[in-house]
Design a protein around this ligand. Structure first.
Ligand code: DX5
Ligand code: ZN
Length: 214
């Protein structure tokens, strides 16, 4: 089963409520929520209060929080309290990743780990049994609208061959051009920013991904 999770970063910042309502009308029940700290990546985005406000409007919608931060451990409780369904941290930050995964799961939130393109997939291997979700970056994190890196798809195949049965999300330059390839490699969550929210016909993109399950 493959699912489209639109990335809020590419929504119209002056009409976020309208854009979220649109994705709900397209039958989509999961939103990708990017958090950037201007250190781990050279950009800033959304914080926990904003996640809480979204949850108040859409209590039945799942929110996948992608923490592009150097010190996510200081914010895990806050994002869980504000309604995150899953929280993903980056393997590159090092430290006690096992402990962070346990903390997230202890808050009744699904735990994810992500790797940037330059990071070997091996960095994930010690955590496969613990993780609910792996997020493969197919662009350098920090900005939407970049070009998909096809060489990263091998990481997904490798993770499935290694016996990982949890969700595999792919983030960066994902579109209907590469969605079938990603499904065949073992992806279950397609994060789409630009190619959904800025599409000429976003409903057609949602229908296309739905059809990939038939
Ligand atoms: C980038 C973010 C992505 C971003 C993807 O660092 O993690 O979620 O919104 O945007 P697109 O789909 O436009 O590449
Ligand atoms: Zn993201």
């Amino acid at each position: 089963m493959i699912k489209l999770t639109p990335s809020l970063l590419a929504a119209d910042l002056m009409h976020l409520g309208r854009d979220i309502d649109m994705m709900r009308r397209h039958g989509l029940d999961q939103l990708h929520f990017d958090v950037m700290d201007a250190h781990f990546v050279p950009n800033l985005s959304f914080g926990p209060d904003f996640l809480r406000a979204i949850g108040r409007q859409h209590p039945d919608m799942k929110t996948d929080v992608h923490l592009m931060m150097d010190n996510p451990d200081q914010y895990l409780h806050e994002f869980a309290k504000c309604g995150a369904s899953s929280i993903t941290v980056h393997a590159e930050i090092g430290g006690d990743l096992c402990g962070m995964i346990r903390t997230i799961q202890g808050l009744n939130v699904k735990a994810g780990l992500s790797v940037k393109p330059e990071t070997p997939v091996d960095a994930l291997l010690p955590y496969l049994k613990q993780l609910d979700l792996i997020l493969i970056m197919t662009v350098e994190p920090g900005f939407g609208g970049q070009k998909f890196m096809p060489e990263e798809v091998e990481k997904i195949r490798f993770l499935r061959k290694s016996g990982f049965h949890g969700d595999i999300a792919v983030d960066g330059g994902v579109s209907i051009e590469n969605a079938a390839l990603l499904r065949d490699a073992g992806t279950t969550l397609l994060v789409m920013g630009t190619s959904y929210f800025r599409a000429e016909d976003p409903s057609a993109v949602a229908r296309y991904v739905e059809e990939l399950n038939r």
